[in-house]
Design a protein around this ligand. Structure first.
Ligand SMILES: Cc1cc2nc3c(=O)[nH]c(=O)nc-3n(C[C@H](O)[C@H](O)[C@H](O)COP(=O)(O)O)c2cc1C
Length: 187
């Protein structure tokens, strides 16, 4: 019998908010989603692929596995295979760097390449310092992505890891789940 569970590709960027991606993954799995996780190399400084493999019971896609060529999450077309049957691509946390790359069609590592090859709806949960979020270049890139049809959840205003407050805090997993559920219902 084919797997009928909604398929989510969760891309994780290099932000301290990456720890929340573990909670999001666990909540997604517990609520009946199949989750494939793709990590940037920067994200791996904050969270380990093993955490996501343990939570999803599936291989995790990283820059290293991409260029390795010896397992399910590897090989030349891994970035295309992972999103092929996805119902939704979620980027949480999404860095300023990833927003810039997505807006300009740059595909220089596994997450940006996966984004470029995805044809399913996209949900972006930005996370960054409030001065970065307010930067005209970031806002211009966000406008480009919205024009392309990408949906955004957050960022929220609140405590930031740097110790000050403002808009830039990644939405909590519960808020991301809610936004994600709404998008899946629209399909
Ligand atoms: C401790 C630390 C926290 C960071 N947090 C963020 C963040 O929340 N948002 C962001 O856009 N960049 C953040 N950065 C910078 C990114 O990690 C950096 O731009 C990196 O190149 C992003 O790579 P990626 O987009 O491929 O994940 C942080 C860097 C460090 C060292």
């Amino acid at each position: 019998m084919p797997d009928q569970r909604p398929r989510i590709v969760l891309c994780v960027g290099g932000s301290i908010a990456a720890y929340k991606a573990c909670d999001l993954t666990s909540k997604l799995v517990q609520s009946g989603h199949t989750v494939d996780v793709v990590l940037t190399s920067s994200a791996e400084h904050f969270v380990k692929p093993l955490a996501f493999a343990a939570l999803t019971h599936r291989p995790v896609f990283t820059g290293a596995t991409w260029f390795d060529g010896a397992s399910e999450s590897t090989g030349a077309a891994a970035h295309l295979r992972v999103s092929e049957r996805a119902d939704l691509l979620v980027v949480a946390p999404c860095t300023a760097n990833l927003i810039g790359k997505f807006a300009h069609g740059i595909a220089d590592e596994i997450v940006s390449t996966t984004y470029l090859g995805a044809t399913c709806p996209v949900l972006i949960a930005p996370a960054m310092h409030h001065r970065m979020w307010a930067a005209p270049r970031v806002q211009a890139n966000v406008a480009v992505l919205k024009g392309d049809g990408a949906q955004f959840v957050g960022p929220e205003s609140g405590y930031l890891a740097e110790g000050d407050e403002g808009p830039g805090r990644m939405s909590e997993p519960a808020g991301i789940l809610e936004a994600l559920g709404r998008l899946l219902e629209q399909e």
